[in-house]
Design a protein. Sequence first.
Length: 373
Amino acid sequence: MNFDTRILRRLWSSFLERLARMDFALAIVVAILTLTGFMTLFSAGYSYPWRIADQARNILIALVVLVIFANIHPRYLMKMALPLYLVGVLLLVATLVAGTTIKGATRWLNIGFTQIQPSEIMKIALPMMLAWFFHTRQESISGRDFAIAAVIIAAPVALILKQPDMGTAILVAAAGASVVFFSGLPWRWLFAILGTALASLPIIWTFMRDYQRQRVLTLLDPTTDPLGKGFHTLQALIAIGSGGVFGKGWMEGTQAHLDFIPERTSDFLFAVFSEEFGLVGNLFLLATYFALICISMRIAINASNTFSKLLAGAITVIFFTYTFVNMGMVSGILPVVGVPLPFMSYGGTALLTLGTCTGMLMAISANKKYKDD
């Protein structure tokens, strides 16, 4: 009995020590964004009360996942990287073969008791896999390693594009590419890749689906189809502009409450926020997201080993990409690709992914003083 008591005391002491080393600035910023998002969603979804209840449940589940991953040592995350990546790729293949098709997209896989979206797993699994890969080769990274990394990225991205899911493919590719960049990709290679990508745009255009081409054309001039493809963008812009400097006030946004803003609780929640809180609210929101990215990057810089640095850097890029793409598509500077606003938009899958990422960052920050092999 005394032996068991000593073990419990040691575990509790270890937990408190790890808790004290965690970066609570990150937790505070995430809490501010989550509460701001829930308040905005409450206004946007007043006619969808079940969504408000669902989001409260989603936040609670994401919090539990965050706490769990915050207490997993990075060395165990490293051991999970390869199996998680392989399982994710196999699930993507299974989705293409036997997935559930909704509105022309095959993104969901029925596993009996529920449906999962395997592409979401790759948002975390791919950067973990690449971080592990470069960690094992940190003493002598060569051009061959970068070529292998390109294949590791291309496999899941190609499978996700096949579904098709352009938004998720962009997020997964950005997370993977960031690890390659942070691992020391030579600048001349980077410029060569960017140049090749730009030169191949006409070829990419020929392989794009009709609705994807239409999104690009709508971005250039949404007024060409104001009641069709351009409706989302135009109504969002009207909402953002009508907010003025100080906004119309919480629960007072007419564009949202009169059902002009489509997907107002998910992808276009930023338009609702802009209308109700105006330019001042947007500046506050931008400052909060900027703080989130800066804190995440600081954790990456202070991480104890190569794996932790690369993984934390990739998570920082995930946060940035989510934010930039969502705000960009709502404000009309990027095509509409269906990316939620991090920690704010309605959706359990995205919150689960972001909660996992935040937990990993806290685990990395808690172990920054310890050097691992």
